[in-house]
Design a binder for this molecule. Structure first.
Ligand code: UD1
Ligand code: CA
Length: 486
């Protein structure tokens, strides 16, 4: 059997013009971040996954920012934007999308930009119900024990939905109804535009209600109602609901990772952004946070408290506790980082490298098998393979005005507490003596000694002690002089 929408392609409208007053924020509600994406990302993705093309997003508050955020999130998708300059109600919002939907003949799905938990299959179920019943309109409805604030779905004796009564317009009896409008619709395009033209604002809120379409349909061919999961359809109106949606979406992502073979020791203490990839047999300890475009290979170990942003880790990498990676950064196979390393943008840590405690890297390439195990700053450096960077090594990459590069050849040995004043080049296999300040290029295979010559004063301690003892004896032999300050 062909899919319900196989002949007439589905279009969608996502309503995202509202301010979201209850968020008490300077930021438009649909831009609030959730799992590293703006809130509106999720319903737009659901519409795209349900096969809608185009998806028209109705924007109003911070329209340019909302459009930019969604275009960035879906660079290839058939997204269109329609401006609703003034928010006069949900019917008015859909009408604002009319020009963007010119030529669309088939079903039009309508959803809210503030319902991040909605799944594509739920939207598809509403679309299918409209097609199957050949109804002008299908609406998602749900039973709520506490229906306050929602539009109540009123049915006739035959059980057909005939009207939606908004909270503020409903009679006391109507308010007893617990079946509410989930704010999820699929309408036949012709019916939609014909009916929207007739919606007025004669109601308690003086708004153009999209929900009036239900009573308009009822006269000829009634709307069909589709039961949807209340958890999915409930929207985000305040910060509490935003946090709750965040928890639920995180649970879904964690569950998907667990199913795919990732061990998450304490799922309640793990956070990852939408789109983060983790390979099978990777073990994640508590309090790990994976952000942005992070991709972690198989068989890795991510230690407690690690925060990893925009980094690509190959297979078998060990990240010990409390390591922070601020990418873009790449880490090669079987590398070992941390505890307490800080890997900054532009770090490329090769296969089998070791970066230890209190080591900071920035814009630095560390070749295969190279090690910087303790207390170092490596910035703007290209470091070859098999290099040993001693504790306390610092690349002095900044002269107060410009950044300068440091190059270290394969197999070089940088003694502890070396100061490498960039621009500087250290040849392959060269040695830098511990405590050196290196300001000139070191040829391959050379030893650089860049420190003051050591002087040993033989018997110095003995002589110092003897002199001190003599002084003390003289002071004791002198009689006290009363009245004199001591
Ligand atoms: C709406 C429904 C209500 C339903 C509820 C489900 C109407 C009249 N009522 O009420 O029956 O139970 O959703 O959540 O439709 N928007 C615009 N432009 C506007 C007005 C709204 O873009 O002019 C957007 C909002 O940003 C939001 C969505 O439409 O994303 C829903 O609007 P909202 O004001 O939250 O409607 P509700 O009062 O919740
Ligand atoms: Ca709402």
């Amino acid at each position: 059997m062909p899919r319900a929408n196989s002949r007439t392609p589905l279009a969608a409208v996502v309503l995202a013009a509202g301010k979201g007053t209850r968020m008490k924020s300077g930021l438009a509600k649909v831009l609030h971040p959730l799992g590293g994406k703006p809130l509106a990302f999720y319903p737009v993705r659901a519409a795209l996954e349900a096969g809608a093309a185009p998806v028209v997003v109705v924007v109003g508050h911070q329209a340019a920012e909302v459009e930019a955020a969604l275009r960035a999130a879906f660079p290839e998708a058939p997204l269109r934007f329609a401006l609703q300059a003034e928010q006069k109600g949900t019917a008015h919002a859909v009408l604002s999308a009319k020009a963007a939907l010119r030529g669309v003949k088939g079903p039009v799905a309508i959803l809210s930009g503030d319902t991040p938990m909605l799944r594509a299959e739920t939207l598809r179920a509403v679309v299918k119900a409209q097609a199957r019943a050949k109804a002008p309109l299908a609406i998602g409805t749900m039973e709520l024990p506490e229906p306050r604030g929602y539009g109540r779905v009123l049915r006739d004796e035959a059980g057909r939905p005939v009207r939606i009564a908004e909270e503020k317009d409903a009679s006391a009896a109507e308010r007893q109804v617990r079946e509410v409008n989930a704010g999820l619709y699929c309408a036949d395009a012709a019916f939609l535009w014909r009916s929207l033209a007739r919606v007025d604002a004669r109601n308690a809120q003086g708004e153009f209600y999209l929900t009036d379409l239900v009573s308009m349909a009822a006269r000829k061919a009634p709307a069909v109602a589709v039961a949807v999961d209340p958890l999915e359809a409930s929207g985000v109106n305040d910060r509490e609901e935003l946090a709750r949606a965040g928890r639920i979406l995180q649970q879904r992502r964690s569950a998907a990772l667990l199913v795919s073979g990732v061990s998450i020791e304490v799922p309640e203490r793990f956070l990852c952004d939408e789109g983060v990839v983790v390979g099978p047999d990777t073990v994640v300890e508590p309090d790990v946070r994976l952000r942005g475009a992070t991709r972690i290979g198989p068989g890795c170990s991510i230690g407690q408290g690690a925060v990893i942003s925009d980094a690509v880790l190959a297979a078998g990498v060990t990240v010990r506790p409390y390591t922070v990676i601020e990418g873009p950064a790449t880490v090669g196979e079987r590398a070992i980082l941390g505890p307490f390393s800080r890997i900054r943008p532009g770090s490329e840590l090769g296969e089998g490298t070791h970066v230890g405690n209190f080591v900071e890297t920035k814009k630095t390439r560390l070749g295969k098998g190279s090690k910087a195990n303790h207390l170092a700053y490596l910035g703007d450096a290209v470091i070859g393979a098999g290099v040993n960077v001693g504790a306390g090594t610092i690349t002095c990459n900044y002269d107060g005005e410009k950044k300068h590069p440091t190059t270290i050849g394969d197999g070089a040995f940088i003694g502890s507490d070396s100061i490498l004043v960039a621009p500087i080049e250290i040849g392959a296999g060269a040695y830098v003596a511990a405590g050196s300040t290196v300001t000139q290029a070191v040829p391959a295979g050379a030893l650089a000694l860049g420190r003051a010559q050591q002087v040993n004063k033989e018997g110095w301690v003995e002589r110092k002690r003897a002199a001190a003892a003599e002084k003390a004896a003289r002071a004791a032999a002198k009689p006290d002089q009363p009245g004199q300050p001591s």
